[in-house]
Design a protein around this ligand. Sequence first.
Ligand SMILES: Cc1cc2nc3c(=O)[nH]c(=O)nc-3n(C[C@H](O)[C@H](O)[C@H](O)COP(=O)(O)OP(=O)(O)OC[C@H]3O[C@@H](n4cnc5c(N)ncnc54)[C@H](O)[C@@H]3O)c2cc1C
Ligand code: SF4
Ligand code: SF4
Ligand code: SF4
Length: 385
Amino acid sequence: MINIQNKQDCCGCTACASVCAQDAITMTVDEMGFKYPKVDTNRCTNCGLCEKVCAFHDDYDKSNNFEEPFAYAVRHRNMEEIKSSRSGAMFIALSDYVFRQNGVVYGVGYAKHFRAIHKRITNREDCKELKGSKYVQSDLEGIFRCIKVDLQQGLYVLFVGTPCQTAGLRSFIGKRNSEKLLVCDIVCHGVPSPLLWEKYLNYIEQKKGYTIEQVNFRDKAKGWTAHYESFVFANGQKIITNTFTDLFYKHLMFRPSCAVCKYTNIKRPSDITLADFWGWEKVDSSFNKDNMGCSLVLVNTEKGKRVFEEVLPEIHIIPTPIDKCLQPNLQHPSLFSPKYAAFWKDYQQKGFTFILYKYGNKGTRAKLSRLKQKIKQIIKKVIRK
Ligand SMILES: Cc1cc2nc3c(=O)[nH]c(=O)nc-3n(C[C@H](O)[C@H](O)[C@H](O)COP(=O)(O)OP(=O)(O)OC[C@H]3O[C@@H](n4cnc5c(N)ncnc54)[C@H](O)[C@@H]3O)c2cc1C
Ligand code: SF4
Ligand code: SF4
Ligand code: SF4
């Protein structure tokens, strides 16, 4: 039976819990807010299936992959779709295709108080909720079994998730009944703790005195390359902050397994990979000149290629050599902050507001450092004159 000794060994994909016929495995939240499998030994029959299904290792299934993926810069033909998506709106082109096949789409939306969860969506209108990146680990509870039932009933299924989630799903579904399953992963920087996301929402609600009614993890109001999250409150006020994004890019809030991610390469555990196309200018300097977003799409398998060809009428594409789009997370896992352990220790001992001010961009230290930078710039200007 599965027995996680080192937290880095489990990405929380739920494949083990889904495969257990005895329902002996519960995904249990730890003190950092991440879920891990816990076995009820009274129910376990030692069948070994949970260990066999686990795909969080270097030998995950790559048997259907091309030697090298076909890479493209992609933008949806409809500008409104680009504006409301994270990058070039490739996801919505794919989900529209699946709905045309009367299929269902699984992606990340929200539960109560903006908790990120995977959802089953059956129509275009509801699919709007899945658009945009939610920079926090999504909850997959119950989803893999639901997908299995859909496939057994002959439905076409699109699943989008992090590579560790797609690897887990493919391992759980296996080859049987998988013809109508289209799996898309994202290039993944790492997933922050859902607990800290909840704490941050509580913090700003308390500050403002109103509940939050809308969130956007990456607001495009200041352009695609800008890094801001935005919130709309019950009184209609909208604020734009970059505090959560700042902690995200400091690599302090990630799940421990992200430090040893197995999928930061071009052998993707999916049919199609979606990402932001950093460096798109090298391919065509006018393609994204409005800075509203450009997707990088990797076509990894024959199935992915067939679907990609079906959605061509919806998108503008430019083929690109793979070496022109190898961003860091296609080469190695994100390097965790040297302050990672101290950050979590401080959180456990002193609470959320303390770490927000000590490690984030809100505290006196961060303000002083910004002031220093400004003074340096002014001195440089004066010297130049
Ligand atoms: C945690 C995280 C880290 C990322 N890191 C990188 C990176 O390092 N480099 C890079 O190029 N791109 C990264 N991305 C992917 C990128 O931000 C876009 O999601 C991707 O380019 C798709 O954009 P789109 O316009 O085609 O689709 P969109 O309409 O924006 O669709 C987003 C899709 O992503 C799925 N999704 C959203 N949030 C999550 C989540 N928390 N977990 C799983 N799936 C989710 C949705 O279900 C939807 O299908 C990351 C995304 C996430 C969620
Ligand atoms: S060994 Fe079999 S019965 Fe025991 S937890 Fe794993 S899958 Fe369930
Ligand atoms: S990585 Fe997935 S299958 Fe493996 S132990 Fe963790 S939750 Fe279970
Ligand atoms: S970095 Fe790797 S382990 Fe972490 S969420 Fe992304 S795919 Fe999973």
